[in-house]
Structure formats: C-alpha cells, structure tokens
Write a protein that binds this ligand. Structure first.
Ligand code: PLP
Length: 368
C-alpha cells in the first residue's frame, strides 16, 4: 500500500536539490570554517555563499542571517538571547498565548530568571489583537513575541501590524516563523527578528535560521556573529540555502481547498479551526464531533494515510493550549486532527485521503 503523507507541518521530505547541495561537504570540502588554512577558507566561502544566497532569496538586505539547528534553537536565541542582551535584570515580555511550546518554554525560563511574562490572548479564529499588544506594552517591556503562523491551525497572525506597534513603542519584536510556508512573506512583515526551521521547508532536520535586523542578541562563542555557538554545519547551511532557493510549494493551497471541500461535503458539520482567518496554505485543522482523534488517526493509518493530532511537537502533552485558547472544549480539541500538505502530494492522493477520512469518521461514529 502506498502511504499518503499528510503531516508536512511536522516535517517534510528532504528535497533532492537540498541533498545534492550537501554532498560536497561530506566529501572533499571538509574544512572547519574557522580554520586559518586552505580547507578552512574553502568551507568558510561555502558557508558565506549559503548565507548570501539565502539572504538574497528572502530579500534580507541588512542585518544578520545566522544558521542554527532549527526552530527550537532560533526561538531560544530570539526570545532568551535578545532579552538577556538588554542587560536588564527585570522587565516584561509579551508572548502570544498560542505560541509553540519552544517559545513558551523560552518565556518560562525568563520567568524563572525574574522577568514578567504577559500573555496576549486570541479570538475564536486564533488571532491576536494588535491593539491588545499595544495596551500590554509597558515602559519595561523588553520583547514582544508573536508567531507568524500557528503550527496546529495554520492561522497567520497580524505580525505586520504588531511589528509596526512595536516599532512605534521602540520594543523589539520576534516572530517564530517555522510554519510560514514562505519565509520571504515573513521578511515583509518588518519583524525585527525571526526564526525558521529547515525541515519544514525541504532541508534536513537540524537545520534552521535566525535573523536579526540589528537588534542585539546574546548567543554564544565566536561563530555566527557571536549569536550561535558551535562549529558551523556547512552541509546543512548549503541544504537550507538550496531549499529556500527552490521557493515555496505552489500546489498546497489548491490541495487544501480540494481536501476541505471533499471532507466537509462528505461530513457536513465538520469544523475547520481558524477558517475565518487567513491561514498558511499547507495546514488544515479539522474537528469531527463525536470522534476521538487518536482512534481516527489509527483508522486512517490502517488505510494508508498519515496525519497528526494537534501539534506533532506537543503530542506528549494532553490537550491543546492552542485550541483551548480559541475557545474549543477539551472534547472538541480531542476530536481534532491536523492535516498538512506538501509539494510531493498530488490531487489524487488528496481525494483518496479525503475518502478515507469520511469512511473512518462515519464508522467511528457508528460504534461510539
Ligand atoms: N515553532 C513551530 C511553530 C513549530 O511548528 C515547530 C516544530 O514543529 C518548532 C517551532 C520547532 O522547530 P524545530 O523542529 O526545527 O526545532
């Protein structure tokens, strides 16, 4: 049975061009980019080429583009690194309530260090209100962190408006852009800092990027402008640059629309979470009344379709802080499945998967 992979928000297959871009660095080009010798210079040149290609492709004209190990690390650098570099021993940080766990954990760490963490809520579509952010900003606010797109629902936050408010009030703004779909859209928001993850874009797991437009960020040792410590992974930098250069998938918006129409036609009453807001094209969060997500995922898997309950990164946690912040009950959240689409998916696959969802939900509803 050919499997249909609809969990691209958890991770994507590595693109052939990303694999090809890495190969030289597992062979002849092996130098340490910090070494003052010929192999080192060769590796350094490759790293800087990956950096300039990535920055150029994203339209980043100034600031610092830093290669990291992925979204979690970029979030830690953006949140903790920027607050600590303020040199202030206290103060407040404003954080979206539906942020990814890696941002929430970074904020919790700051909370333990004595900073005041203030949460901004969301409406029923999962949207943060920029006016609420403006009201929450105080004289001692050191950072506002609101994600670009939510990993469970795909809902895109009004980051551009929030960034504008932050600029007016002279407060740095970070956005977790791991689920952005197209990182060049994030650049256009004017956020001071952002993080992306390579493995959501067709590069390997363990690759990522952090950007700062010049806002000070404390991170580590001598590498990567002193922002990210450790000998650079030239192969993964090259892979990320190749993945970014290949551009965003062009088919996912259409695939999602076909999928959502087919499922809601077959199962009237299915709720698509966040559908009243602008969403990234690749994610659909659906709640099926009377059906446990766990059972549905098992039934789908038996039929060859792989999806996820809530967020893959929080599958060890009970419930969903995102859906609960949007006003869903625990029971509704427990009946929610996330389908996420990638460039390798076809319309034919989508129709087979939608049929599997309809059949499985009907069957599970009968035996409840
Ligand atoms: N932020 C968001 C919104 C995510 O969806 C994820 C992972 O799914 C991360 C951060 C963590 O990224 P990484 O797996 O690259 O550490």
């Amino acid at each position: 049975m050919k499997r249909i992979y609809l969990d691209n928000a958890a991770t994507t297959p590595v693109l052939p061009e990303a694999v090809a871009a890495m190969m030289p660095y597992f062979g002849g080009v092996f130098g340490n980019p910090s070494a003052k010798n010929a192999p080192g210079a060769e590796a350094r040149a490759a790293l800087e080429k990956a950096r300039s290609v990535t920055a150029g492709k994203l339209g980043l004209k100034e600031g610092k583009t830093v290669f990291t190990s992925g979204g979690t690390e970029s979030n830690m650098i953006g949140v903790v690194g920027s607050v600590l570099s303020s040199g202030r021993r206290g103060g407040s940080v404003i954080c979206g309530k539906t942020e990814h766990r890696s941002v929430l954990d970074a904020c919790r760490l700051l909370g333990r260090l004595g900073y005041d963490i203030i949460f901004a809520g969301v409406d029923g579509n999962g949207l943060t209100d920029p006016d609420e952010i403006a009201d929450l900003i105080r004289d001692d606010t050191l950072l506002v962190t609101v994600m670009y797109a939510n990993n469970e629902t795909g809902v895109i936050q009004p980051v551009k408006r929030i960034a504008r408010i932050c600029h007016e009030k002279n407060v740095p703004m970070y956005t977790d852009a791991v689920q952005c779909g197209d990182p060049s859209d994030v650049v256009k928001t004017g956020a001071d800092m952002f993080g992306i993850s390579g493995h959501k874009l067709g590069a390997p797991k363990g690759s990522g990027l952090f950007y700062t437009n010049g806002k000070a960020v404390r991170g580590g040792a001598g590498q990567e402008y002193g922002i990210r410590p450790g000998t650079e992974n030239v192969a993964f930098a090259a892979a990320l640059s190749a993945a970014v250069s290949s551009g965003p998938p062009e088919n996912t918006e259409r695939l999602r629309s076909v999928f959502e129409s087919a499922v809601t036609d077959g199962l009237p009453g299915t709720v698509i979470n966040g559908s009243g807001a602008k969403r990234v094209p690749g994610i659909s969060s659906m709640s099926f009344e009377g059906v446990e997500a766990e059972g549905l995922l098992f039934a789908l898997s038996e039929l060859g379709t792989d999806a996820a309950a809530g967020s893959a990164c929080t599958s060890d946690e009970r419930g969903s802080h995102v859906l609960s912040a949007m006003g869903l009950t625990e029971r509704q959240a427990d009946s929610t499945v996330r389908f996420s689409f990638g460039r390798q998916n076809t319309e034919e696959e989508i129709m087979i998967a939608a049929d599997a969802v309809i059949k499985s939900v009907k069957k599970l509803r009968k035996i409840r």
